[in-house]
Design a protein around this ligand. Structure first.
Ligand code: ATP
Ligand code: MG
Ligand code: MG
Ligand code: MG
Length: 562
């Protein structure tokens, strides 16, 4: 590519709003431009590097047995209502109306769409397992879009989904995906680590995040200094062993809480951070159970909860239903009004909810029925959000250290959450209807690109790793007005292309200083400078990686670069 014919608008000055290196450099080197907060155009060079990341991702997905497809960004609200995420995703989900006032979401992720699609297309166990993926634009109205491509409101994601008849088949696919992710981030040249993660509002358990280690990472990883234990400290719980004696069931109001079993999931649903000292109250209203979280003391007498943080209908876990039951604003900070005929089932129900049951534990009116030690025993509970550096590692080996990470990938065993909600069933070998088991696997493709720049740059610009670089060689004609130099540079440009070496040719009529500065900024691995020694057939070859340079005769050039 001739530089005079492409669009690489480099900037001398650092854009005022760009706080981190990848954002500064991708803008300054002419790879991307912002069009709105968290929304970017990929210019020709940016598009090339993005395609290179996509190519690696695609190749490894195909190797792992996934087939590529493409689903729409525009998604009917009905699907999102069926899973409850229309309510639980809150303002992050971009919503719009069509001319007939039908509600839509712009896809933040595609579990709803893909599950309903597979539900309609696959009816028999013979067609399972199935693994599909897409590389597609996602929309999330992030509270704080920032750091350029790292946290956009419109961004590129690879999302894969697998469908199975049973857990073993899912486990196998998960392992394959885990390996594919290792391959992808290794090929991207990244220093990364897989960590155990929190399943959040996605439902299901068993999940890993792939973290690029970086000071500017927004996630904190707690890892052991001697074993391979590593986890996102967002994790509320690791290593929980819960024992419920047979006695516990007796005299206890217990109710299963499908979908939102852990306290962390409850807090995710409500969009509330869990803190030490949060209290909870469990009500029974119309045969439904509602959990209210509050920071202060409950004021039960006038049936008003001051300082309530939010509430969840633990059976249905839908914001709308909870609102109806409580006749109040839910999920927001403020007083919560509860109906007058409520029955208070349990105060301080946290430990119980955490383990998948709502039940009386302490301070509640059924307390004399109940013995917390006997009935609810959490033998090793670890809340990582309160863990400190130097604490013993939850796996019992070594001490905890902290590192910052950028989440570039996330894999989940979803189980049957979406398949159940959306009725994705198949006929098994005996001709019986069964619910599918699912996994989902995301990679922030545009975020990965930015993470690469975070790890590959110096004070002068980007230093692309070889699988990502937009072109391998940068040929610079120092003085294109000198015919000898121009001819030689043209000749080298031709030869490299004939040898399938990708090349950017700086044929612009700019001062040498400008060309060299741009070249460092743009960051191609090899620079060939055609200058004064051109008359003798010599050029200068310089590696961006380490600055090593040598004079080479054109006859040895191709061999050297290959
Ligand atoms: P984060 O914790 O950073 O908000 P997430 O956990 O919400 O990310 P997932 O739902 O797991 O994201 O989506 C899969 C992948 O998509 C993430 O691992 C990340 O690499 C990428 N991603 C998520 N949000 C953004 C965003 N706003 N901009 C760019 N990439 C994103
Ligand atoms: Mg997010
Ligand atoms: Mg996350
Ligand atoms: Mg995630």
């Amino acid at each position: 590519m001739r530089q005079s014919q492409t669009l690489i608008p480099t900037l001398k000055e650092t854009p005022a709003d760009a706080e981190i290196k990848s954002h500064q450099l991708l803008v300054r080197a002419g790879y991307i431009r912002q069009t709105a907060s968290g929304v970017y155009s990929f210019l020709p060079m940016g598009n090339k590097v993005l395609n290179n990341v996509k190519k690696i991702v695609s190749e490894e997905m195909e190797k792992a047995g996934a087939v590529e497809m493409l689903m729409p960004a525009l998604q009917l609200s009905e699907l999102w209502k069926e899973t409850g995420r229309w309510y639980s995703m809150g303002p992050e989900l971009m919503r719009l109306h069509d001319r007939h006032e039908r509600e839509f979401a712009l896809g933040a992720t595609h579990e709803e769409v893909v599950t309903s699609l597979i539900r309609d297309e696959i009816k028999s166990y013979k067609k399972l397992p199935l693994s599909v993926y897409q590389i597609q634009t996602k929309f999330r109205d992030e509270k704080r879009p920032r750091f350029g491509l790292l946290r956009g409101r419109e961004f590129i994601m690879k999302d894969a989904y697998t469908f199975h008849t049973d857990q073993d088949s899912l486990d196998e696919a998960y392992q394959k995906m885990y390996q594919a992710y290792q391959n992808i981030f290794t090929r991207c040249g990244l220093n990364f680590r897989a960590v155990i993660a929190d399943s959040g509002a996605m439902g299901g358990k068993d999940t890993h995040e792939f973290m690029v280690l970086s000071e500017i990472g927004e996630d904190t990883i707690a890892y052991s200094d001697t074993s391979d234990f590593a986890a996102n400290i967002e994790m509320a719980e690791v290593n929980v062993t819960y024992e419920q004696s047979d006695e516990a069931a007796k005299g206890l109001e217990t109710v299963e809480t499908p979908g939102y079993k852990t306290m962390n999931e409850v807090s995710q649903f409500l969009g509330l951070p869990l803190e030490k000292g949060i209290k909870s109250l469990l009500f029974k209203v119309d045969e439904r159970y509602v959990l209210v979280l509050s920071r202060g003391d409950h004021e039960i007498n006038d049936i008003k909860l001051k300082n309530a943080l939010g509430a969840i209908n633990v059976e249905l876990a839908s914001e709308k239903e909870t609102k109806q039951l409580l006749n109040t604003e839910v999920g927001s900070i403020g007083p919560v009004r509860v109906p007058e005929d409520i029955e208070i089932v349990a105060d301080h129900a946290i430990a119980a909810i955490r383990n998948g049951y709502c039940g009386a534990t302490e301070n509640d009116k059924h307390y004399q029925n109940v013995n917390p030690d006997r009935d609810f025993k959490v033998s090793s509970y670890q809340d990582l959000r309160f863990i400190q550096e130097g604490d013993p590692s939850p796996d019992g080996q070594g001490k905890i250290k902290f590192a910052k990470g950028i989440e570039v990938g996330h894999i989940f065993k979803l189980g049957q959450f979406y398949a159940e909600k959306l009725g994705a069933q198949y006929l098994n070998e005996q001709g019986k209807q069964e619910t599918m088991t699912m996994g989902c696997y995301g990679i922030g493709v545009s975020r990965t690109l930015a993470a690469i720049v975070e790890q590959y740059h110096d004070e002068n610009g980007i230093k692309w790793p070889k699988e990502i670089t937009p072109y391998h060689v940068h040929v610079i004609a120092v003085n294109p007005k000198n015919q000898e130099q121009l001819d030689l540079a043209e000749d080298i440009y031709e030869q490299l292309q004939q040898n399938n070496i990708s090349v950017l040719f700086d044929d612009r009529k700019e001062r040498p200083g400008v060309k060299f500065a741009d070249s460092d900024l743009i960051g191609l691995p090899v620079r060939i400078t055609v200058g004064k020694k051109a008359a003798d057939g010599y050029v200068e070859c310089k590696l961006r990686e380490n600055g090593e340079q040598e004079d080479l005769h054109i006859s040895e050039l191709i061999d050297k670069i290959n």
